[in-house]
Structure formats: structure tokens, C-alpha cells
Write a protein that binds this ligand. Sequence first.
Ligand SMILES: Cc1cc2nc3c(=O)[nH]c(=O)nc-3n(C[C@H](O)[C@H](O)[C@H](O)COP(=O)(O)O)c2cc1C
Length: 276
Amino acid sequence: MTMEHRIVYFSPAGTTRKVAEAIGDFLRRRGQSALLLDLARLRNAAASFAAQTQPYCLWLGSPVYCDHAVPLLEDFVGSLPRLGGFAVPFVTWGAVTSGLALPEMAGGLSTRGFTVLGAAKVMAEHSSLWQSSNPLAAGRPDAGDLAQMEELVERVLAKIAGGGAEPLSAERLDYLSPQLRAQSAAKSLAGIKAMQPPVAANEQLCTRCGQCAEVCPVAAIRLDPFPVIDDSCILCRQCTRHCPAGAYPYDGKTVETRILGMAGQSDEVKETQIFV
Ligand SMILES: Cc1cc2nc3c(=O)[nH]c(=O)nc-3n(C[C@H](O)[C@H](O)[C@H](O)COP(=O)(O)O)c2cc1C
């Protein structure tokens, strides 16, 4: 049975995109139609779903940010028409903890009327550690991770072909220890933002080239005449990473120490896992 597959993702540093593209390739190799939608480019992506009249299978990918999916993804799910259809959420995470991102995405999709058929959490290089010589999950996702995505695609298609399309039970995604679950529930991107000085360019170094505004995946930066960053900033730090003048201060060493400390405390199995 062929059905339309829509792969919607958000990927500031590119690893979620890599997984999304691999899923698209695996689906097409099996004769399926697969359309990829990047939420950073298509800000109003949900609108393109409004005209949809046939049920489809939605593959939805987000990086884990502070133990949850990126808020933009949650807004996207909330604005989808209640058409029904199938869904497969997937997250990439940097070997600290995947937190509640995957169960929350699955729950949101179910609330919107989707039947969640499968899910995945994929190890991916930690995008806050680009200055480190050996970042957590360096080089991931790799061929082994993508082979698991191929298995996920096969098993989801087999479920759809089988007709019954049995939903993934919510208990399968209840994999965190109670301690970690409580910690994750108390954590949020908004909370972390409130504890830090806002991301800002040093005007002595900034050349007003506009590169930061160009690479910002949430369009949070405008030049006036120096970069002004609004509240939609998600701390992805693409501005910092791509600034040719090094105008965005970033203490990579301190960030690394903090993140390694959190990773050491997390008892979550640091591996890619699929759930069907
Ligand atoms: C602001 C921020 C918060 C993050 N929070 C987490 C986290 O809670 N747990 C984790 O394992 N990785 C975390 N990461 C790492 C990302 O989840 C991981 O690198 C992901 O693959 C990035 O996806 P992308 O390459 O598509 O942007 C965080 C990264 C950033 C920038």
C-alpha cells in the first residue's frame, strides 16, 4: 500500500536533517512518496497541511533542547488540522538525556488525532560542543544509526500494509528513570534562558555583515544597525558558530564542563533506539 509520507523537521545544526533525509530516501526506495519540510524555511508549514484531505503519515523530527522538543515543533503540532492519519516522531539528542521530548511529541500527535505507529531517539553530536576537540556523540548519527532508521521505516510500512496499524503504546516511551523524569519535567528552554545573559554580539567586534541573521533558524535576529535578538531565540548558537568576526562571546570550555557533568549524572542508555 502506498501512502503519502510527510517528513517535517527542524535542525539548526544539521543532524536532525540528516536523519530526516535518510528516512525520505528509505521510504522512496520502497516505492513511497515522501515530502520533506524544513520548519526553519517554511515557518507556516501547518498552513500547507490545511488543504490536506487524504490521511498521510507524518514523520516529525526535533532536536532535544533542555529535555524537550524545540517549542516551534510543539506549536506546529498544535496547529495541525485534525485529519487523523499516522505519525512517527523522532528526536536527536546529544548523549546527555533525551528527557521527555519523545513521549511529549507522541502525546501531542495522539491528541491531534494521529495514530502513532513508531518513534525513535537518535544519538547525534552535541551541538553546543562545536568548539570541543571531542564533543559528546562525535560523528553521530553514523551508518549504524541510519541502519536503525531503515529498520524503523520497514517496520512502520509493514504495520501500515498489515491494515491493523496497531498504535505504539505510551508505556513503551516511558523509559526514563523516575528521578530523571522528575528532573526533565522541571527543566525547560525558557527556564535555562532566564538563568543566562541573553545571546548578544559584541559591537566592538561586529562588522554588521548580517551572517548571524541569515543563519538564525527562527529568524530571531535583525540588524539595527547591530544585531538585535528577540525573545524567540532558542539558544541554538548558530549565530555564534557562523559569525566570521567571532563577535558573539561563547565560553566553550565552561559549557563543555557543565554538559559533561549533566551527561555523567544521566542514567539513560546513551544509544539510538527505535520503538515500534
Ligand atoms: C540549547 C541546546 C539544548 C540542548 N539540550 C540537550 C539535552 O537536553 N539533552 C541532550 O542530550 N542534548 C541536548 N542538546 C544537543 C542536541 O539535542 C543535539 O546536538 C541535536 O542533535 C541537535 O540537532 P540538530 O543538529 O538538528 O540541530 C542541546 C543542544 C542545544 C543547542
